[in-house]
Design a protein around this ligand. Structure first.
Ligand code: GAP
Length: 496
């Protein structure tokens, strides 16, 4: 673990953000629980995602499908045959390791897409040993990453490894209900399960995690069109194509230039994704990029595959947080073959199987990235200040309310303000313990963006101080104006 990763974990545990699951039994690797603060932040991220991506088209909707799906679903999708990881077993201590990760770590280079045979050759050539005991390693084999179940003792099923399949098996029904219109978007925000051999890096590689995925079903004959493309044609995408992998350089290329390489429908959605990160989440441009995946690296269902990556110091650089996947008719055709249900639709005067563009995001990785990018340790007048500078829209509470001291009626007034704000639907963090300085520190450590303090002036003229977490600037505001000021502040506007 890097030093920053350690610090984030320590504060996350201490402040109710996240910690290892079943902690009192020693924890389970690859499983993390969110505490009350982490849950508030995660819900906010999910709701921002919903508002933004469902807002892209009147025919985009959220659905909720089960986490358990029967075996034929995954025969059809290809997960039974192809959703595999290369592993090697230590001949001495018996521990299992992800062979590709081991080779990458030892040679300090990325080797995605190598076959089991190639990985065995590299392990032998470079004398790579078991990281736990130094023992020799077996030939590399493959293991399926899905978690199997036996429903009622006899029906084979799996915990879904991606939310996507729920949307594919529901497609025909929704297409009928929604008056047979394309493009049709079906979003699912929910759990996915993968039996990762080497879960690691806190929320980054887990065995149970959340995804927010939007499956856009469209007419493949229209892949080079999008009604709103004109609005983004000169917008510059931050991209790292395969050809720039060695140099690591991120290029800025306009959407219209990107259409020389990729279809318009795909490029338009890249622009919308980048805008989500830069304009809605306020990510600094240099911390975001799309990374192209090469032929050997692409997921087995993808024709075009670019990952969204965010730069996280605690992870030593850019890490994947999502992907934009052109899955063609891979899934619907697979389900047609295995289930016998005709997936053809009649639209725009033609009969065809719709193609799918998938916008896929890992919720936990995105939440972790926000914590990483916002994490700051400063020394203010000799005192250490730890802050999660989360985007204001992800602040776990809309505001914190404190009395300056717990006497002279300030505590009663602060409690009254808290009740009023809460009755207007705001999430308010009330804290009256310790000194005012400590209350600010506690609020900073959980990322609360705005703090309201009731002092002796409040009792005379009804004004309170409103403090900005990031600049520590304070302004006096009348209590009756607070709800509006807090709303404006949360939207990112300057109120000073
Ligand atoms: N439906 C497509 C799909 O599942 P993926 O690249 O395998 O594609 C999508 O996963 C996203 O899910 C990733 O970009 C990542 O953010 C997240 N993810 C994948 N495996 C994960 C894991 N083991 N732990 C946490 N997040 C994970």
């Amino acid at each position: 673990m890097t030093k920053k990763e350690n610090r984030i974990e320590e504060i996350a545990r201490r402040r109710g953000i996240f910690w290892q699951s079943s902690e009192i039994y020693g924890g389970v690797s690859g499983l993390y629980d969110y505490g009350h603060i982490g849950t508030l932040i995660k819900r906010k991220w999910e709701n921002l995602w919903r508002r933004y991506f469902l807002g892209l088209d009147d025919n985009f909707f959220e659905v909720e499908c089960r986490n358990i799906m029967p075996e034929p679903v995954f025969k059809a999708s290809g997960h039974i045959d192809s959703f595999v990881d290369p592993i090697t077993k230590c001949k001495k201590c018996g521990s299992l390791e992800r062979a590709d990760h081991l080779v990458e770590k030892n040679l300090n280079e990325s080797f995605e897409g190598l076959s089991a045979d190639d990985l065995t050759k590299m392990i032998r050539k470079h004398g790579i040993k078991c990281p736990k005991c130094g023992g020799g390693l077996d030939e590399v084999g493959i293991i399926n990453m899905m978690l199997p179940l036996m429903l009622g003792g006899s029906s084979p099923a799996y915990l879904r490894p991606e939310t996507a399949q729920g949307a594919y098996v529901s497609f025909l029904r929704e297409f009928d209900v929604l008056r047979k219109k394309l493009p049709l978007g079906l979003a699912i925000v929910g759990r996915a399960y993968r039996n990762e051999i080497s879960p690691r890096n806190l929320l980054i590689r887990m065995r149970e995690f959340d995804q927010a995925e939007l499956q856009i079903f469209f007419n493949p004959g229209m892949i080079n069109e999008h009604g709103d493309f004109g609005r983004v044609s000169s917008y510059k995408l931050r991209v790292m194509p395969v050809s720039s992998r060695k140099s690591g350089i991120t290029h800025e290329i306009s959407c219209s230039d990107m259409t020389k390489k990729l279809p318009k429908f795909y490029v338009y959605h890249m622009a919308m994704i980048q805008k989500f990160y830069l304009e809605i989440l306020g990510v600094a441009p240099e911390k975001f990029r799309f990374k192209e995946l090469g032929d050997e690296e692409r997921a087995f269902y993808n024709k075009y595959h670019w990952d969204m990556e965010l730069c996280m110091d605690s992870m030593d650089g850019f890490r994947e947080v999502g992907g934009i996947h052109y899955r063609t008719d891979h899934d619907l055709s697979g389900h047609m073959k295995v289930s016998g249900t005709d997936m053809n639709v009649f639209s725009d005067g033609k009969k065809f199987i719709p193609h799918v563009l998938e916008l896929s995001f890992g919720v936990d990785r995105n939440v972790y990235a926000m914590l990483d990018m916002g994490f700051t340790e400063e020394n203010v007048k000799g005192e250490e200040r730890v802050i999660f500078r989360l985007p204001r829209a992800l602040s776990p509470f809309d505001c914190a309310v404190f009395p300056l001291v717990n006497r002279e009626g300030m505590d009663a007034k602060a409690a009254e303000i808290k009740r009023n704000m809460a009755s207007m639907g705001m999430a308010v963090f009330y804290d009256s313990s310790g000194s005012i300085g400590r209350r600010y520190r506690r609020a900073d450590e959980i990322g609360v963006a705005a703090c309201i303090t009731v002092d002796s002036e409040t009792l005379k003229d009804g004004t309170v101080t409103l403090r900005d977490r990031d600049s520590m600037k304070q302004v006096r505001v009348h209590e009756k104006d607070l709800p509006e000021k807090i709303r404006v502040f949360a939207s990112g506007a300057d109120i000073y």
